[in-house]
Design a protein around this ligand. Sequence first.
Ligand code: FES
Ligand SMILES: [Fe+2]
Length: 429
Amino acid sequence: MSQAVVAEPQRLVRANGVHRDIYRDPDVFAAEMDRIFTRTWVYLAHESEVPENGDYLTLRIGLEPVVLVRGEDGRLRALVNRCRHRAAVVCEQPVGNAKSFRCQYHGWTYRNTGELVGVPYPERHSADVRERLGLISLPRVESYRGLIFASFAEDVPPLAEHLGPGVTGYIDRFMDQCLGLPLVAHRQAHRIAMNANWKLQVENGLDGYHAGFTHRSFFDVMQRRTGSSVRYASSLPTATSRAFRNGHCAIDPETSSRKPLIARVRTLPEATQRLDQLLAEVGEERFEDYLAGLPGAGINIGVFPNLQLIGIHIRRIEPVAVNKTVVSVRPLLVEGAPESLNWLRLRYHELFYGPAGFGQPDDFEMFDRVETGLDAAHDGWLRFERGLGEETPAGDGDADTVVGNVTDETPQRGQYRQWVALMAGQVRP
Ligand code: FES
Ligand SMILES: [Fe+2]
């Protein structure tokens, strides 16, 4: 059964839902790692995580271990983190700075550009060993607004074309969230391991339907603390969800007022002193603008398959096994801004996100419940039919973009259209 569905992935996805096998079948997972993660652009990191020559970080693209490194020539490369001798990883650390990587097994040494420069006792090797066996360098590495992507496929379209005008417009809004000031990634990220399939997080980060229910305790507490009623975006008819080209998507509550968010910021411990400090540092005239940008852009963005931009953070989804995923949540700080502003940004972020946050653990609880429900073999289908047939073209310069209400499952349908296209090998090239 499973080999047959891997051969015909379109059997697992309908216009209005997906089959449980896509979350459960190890053969589907293996096919995803190959046909999705090595065939399209995959998000790696923000440029501010590797600013200096020699800066590196290790991660995986699908299951492939990779070092993202800025070489001594200043160029960013994604190198397969595997010694060309007998496969040991050449870089063990999660982050650091190095001119070279020395494999600890037999001492082969590679420059941070990937070139093999040292082979112990070279006289017993063929003369051309160094030219032949540099680290494998991914053929494509490109950035958009500081977000670095790489691809194992040489023939993917340029990154900007792959993203398209719809989602790049949203990424611009996100990156300009605080007076257009440059953002820098925090040195630390929460990395949360979950016993669930990676696509549950892909769907959930763009799910405008669930917040009022899954996160009800958060809204109830905020209502008590702020003393004002909390109207979640799902009740606004003008709030939208969007599916862009290539599985990218966004939800946009379109609340021009930042007041409810600022009211929540004010409930943080020490908030009054920090807001006073901020006011003293930036002056009355600019204070409101800083305040407006403090909690983020108020939109959720998904870049298929593994990037989400939410609040003030970058979320990277790392599949580990068919039922194991690591989600990394890395906040962005405002470069050169008063310390009080970044302090408030971080504390507000932690209020909802991270393992001790008020909101994100609720989502993980729901993933557990879905995983349990997936044990039921009767009715093998999960439904993404809300708002189906109601969507309209967006007129954002991209003929592929469709818009629904914020609670519609428009983003998820877009994600699964791209899933099928990649899994069935229908994507250009
Ligand atoms: S495996 Fe790296 S030097 Fe032998
Ligand atoms: Fe959530």
